[in-house]
Ligand binder design. Structure first.
Ligand SMILES: Nc1ncnc2c1ncn2[C@@H]1O[C@H](COP(=O)(O)OP(=O)(O)OP(=O)(O)O)[C@@H](O)[C@H]1O
Ligand code: SF4
Ligand SMILES: [Mg+2]
Length: 329
């Protein structure tokens, strides 16, 4: 087996992440390795879902990809160009936008919805006049299932699901090609979650969007993903096409997550559940960080960090037991 960059697909990538790391200083002498040596590629028009327990580095990865945070090391390449992150920007890069978990916190309560959208349209289409800006705002509202009249209202006059629709409209206002969706439905009522997910999928088809979709809900991931990446304490530990990862998971951590939710199709809220506590990102265990929880751990696991390797089922996984062909099935 050769070490290679985990690819979600054989197609030409739109977004490429290479050896991306983000370390946060904690106190005088310690760092949290929130994202460590993460590499992957996403093809145009596809959805890569990132799953992992709380604190595994999913949001930090999303912020790095959008350019809201600066990596400690590594690079993000979009459509063949190196993306230089800029500090202190509230939006994404333009072609790369972000939708957050909490649609209320990310909207300015004092701005009418149409004004908030118009501001973004003016930035990204500077050559068009005010009549065209207002027509574009109406079009955006309709695209997300609202009406042009809703533009006159303020964020507090909408339900949670409608507010997330407004956030999606605001992301679309920047004419993006790529959207990072960070738990976009997890703050919503279960009945509304499916509507928002369906909207996200519909917009992808209509506008050829590419998504990095972060979720701790495996049922949502099963519904929306083309490819899946599993993170553990800042590192990608398994990645591949959805049906391979869900159907024949390689990594013991992926197996543990999936064993906890055996009937995904019928489970409306298959939140991640795994045995044992996730270790601290400040002092991760040496070697394979999963080794204190892993039933297959041996002395090598406690000593040597496993690298992502191509597996027989087409996924990539970072596991010594997989490399040594001593997985139980
Ligand atoms: N600005 C920061 N300063 C210091 N530590 C941070 C900062 N942002 C994130 N971290 C730490 O980095 C690690 C990863 O955090 P992150 O928010 O990316 O995880 P996550 O997978 O999104 O978790 P959740 O599922 O809870 O949203 C955590 O240990 C977190 O405490
Ligand atoms: S490298 Fe070792 S400890 Fe880590 S998942 Fe594989 S078998 Fe378990
Ligand atoms: Mg998060």
């Amino acid at each position: 087996m050769h070490q290679v960059v985990a690819r979600s697909t054989a197609a030409e990538p739109l977004l490429k992440v290479s050896n991306l790391s983000r370390h946060f200083p904690v106190g005088a002498h310690r760092v949290v390795k929130a994202v460590e040596q993460v590499s992957f590629e996403i093809a145009a028009g596809e959805t890569l879902c990132i799953v992992g327990e709380s604190g595994s580095g999913k949001s930090t990865l999303g912020r790095l990809v959008v350019g809201l945070d600066v990596p400690t090391g590594g690079a993000v390449t979009f459509a063949g160009h190196d993306c230089q992150p800029k500090r202190g920007r509230s939006g994404g890069r333009g072609p790369i936008q972000l939708i957050f978990q909490d649609p209320y916190a990310s909207l300015n309560a004092r701005h009418r919805v149409s004004d908030a959208l118009a501001e973004v349209v003016r930035i990204h289409r500077p050559a068009i006049g005010e009549a065209a800006v207002s027509a574009r705002v109406d079009e955006l509202l309709v695209q997300v299932g609202l009406s042009p009249r809703d533009g006159m209202k303020y964020p507090h006059q909408f339900s949670g699901g409608q507010r997330q629709r407004i956030c999606i409209a605001r992301a679309l206002a920047a004419d993006p090609r790529f959207i990072v969706c960070d738990e976009p439905t997890s703050a919503l009522d279960v009945s509304v979650q499916a509507q928002i997910l369906n909207l996200i999928k519909l917009l992808q088809r209509e506008q050829q969007l590419t998504y990095l979709f972060i979720s701790h809900n495996l049922a949502v991931v099963y519904h929306i993903a083309d490819a899946v990446g599993v993170m553990y304490l800042g590192r990608l530990v398994e990645m591949g096409r959805k049906h391979a990862v869900f159907g024949q998971p390689t990594h013991p951590y992926t197996r543990m997550l999936l064993n906890a939710v055996p009937k995904l199709e019928r489970s409306p809220d298959a939140a991640l559940a795994a045995n044992g506590e996730i270790a601290s990102a400040i002092a991760p265990p040496p070697g394979c960080a999963f080794h204190p929880r892993c039933p297959l751990a041996d002395a090598r696991c406690a000593r040597e960090i496993p690298q992502m390797l191509a597996q027989p089922n087409g996924t990539f996984a970072a596991c010594h037991a997989a490399e040594e062909r001593r997985l139980p099935f």
